[in-house]
Design a protein around this ligand. Structure first.
Ligand code: FAD
Length: 281
């Protein structure tokens, strides 16, 4: 596995696969700007139902070729066991040692769930098929997954993923540190001890953030949302305010013992660089 010297507070970076050759060139430049931050690894998202499968694997290969560890996200919804086995063999052939294992969401118009219903089943299958080859990351939701019946049921589902063989959890982004600390306490009380790494979304674009957050169930505190809305089209003020809010959140997480930070880069270098500069990383 390729590695880089790490920060005292480890960081990882998430990208999405570009759709065009121009997008791929742009992302290559973004990565070069971010590598001086010494990420522990970079992860690359996977479109619902495997829609970005080629782009994901190509981006992961490019990152590995640049000497940085890389993990494809991999979702099982709509997949067959034979298809997953084939994909895992491809990952192994590519020298991949990490996977972010997810259920994913059914794209509209998709027939059925396929042979996996939950991420815990995917994690168990990966362990059964490939033993300890992969370091497995799974998703966690400090503010509860939007489809969960209640927080206790969601915690139970999370524990099942860990018991199936997950090594680390990456959280959905959040702006409320108390939700994270409470989740970590609940996880510990449930007898589970894997690191729960907070996922951090830089604030750069108010309308996009509000749209995403409504879709994924992440709460934007009222005072943050109203200020963002109040800035209107004033991008500079949104970014300056966003940097204050998110760096204060990261500072609290670091002081409270969070084991590292996973940045949702949105394929942009500037916001993550600014945050890391503020945080002295
Ligand atoms: P699961 O852990 O299976 O949970 C899904 C729901 O089912 C939850 O409500 C849970 O409580 C419930 N559940 C689980 N097990 C059981 C059970 N045994 N009985 C009853 N209920 C159960 N999506 C993508 O499409 N591509 C990506 O690349 C991607 N990357 C992500 C990265 C991170 C760090 C995060 C946090 C999310 C990411 N997502 C991605 C979104 C994710 O796919 C969705 O949130 C999806 O709805 C749930 O996936 P999961 O792996 O958390 O599912």
């Amino acid at each position: 596995m390729t590695t880089t010297t790490q920060n005292a507070w480890p960081i990882s970076l998430e990208f999405f696969p570009p759709k065009t050759p121009e997008g791929a060139d742009k992302l290559t430049a973004v990565r070069q700007q971010l590598y001086p931050l010494k990420p522990q690894y970079c992860s690359v998202t996977y479109g619902a139902g495997g829609s970005t499968q080629d782009g994901t694997i190509q981006t992961v290969r490019a990152i590995l070729a640049e000497g940085v560890d890389a993990a494809p996200h991999f979702s099982c919804i709509g997949a067959t066991k034979a298809g997953v086995r084939e994909q895992l063999a491809q990952f192994q052939a590519d020298g991949i040692r990490r996977i972010v294992a997810l259920r994913g969401d059914l794209p509209s118009g998709y027939g059925g769930f396929g042979e996996f219903r939950y991420a815990s089943e995917l994690v168990a299958f990966i362990r059964e098929a490939t033993g300890d080859h992969f370091h497995i990351e799974v998703a966690a939701y400090p503010e509860m997954h939007p489809q969960a019946r209640n927080p206790a049921a969601d915690l139970k589902a999370f524990v099942a993923k860990v018991q199936a063989g997950a090594d680390v959890a990456l959280t959905q982004y959040f702006f409320n540190a108390d939700a994270y600390f409470r989740f970590v306490d609940d996880v510990a009380k449930a007898g589970v001890s894997i690191p729960v790494v907070p996922g951090i979304m830089p604030i750069t674009n108010a309308s996009q953030l509000i749209r995403f957050s409504d879709a994924c169930g992440a709460e934007i505190p009222r005072w943050v949302r109203s200020r963002l809305e109040g800035f209107g089209d004033d991008k500079a003020s949104i970014q300056a305010f966003g940097l204050d809010v998110v760096s204060a959140l990261c500072e609290r997480l670091r002081e409270g013992g969070a084991p590292g930070v996973h940045f949702y880069t949105m394929n942009q270098a500037g916001p993550v660089k600014a945050l890391c500069e503020r945080l002295g990383l």
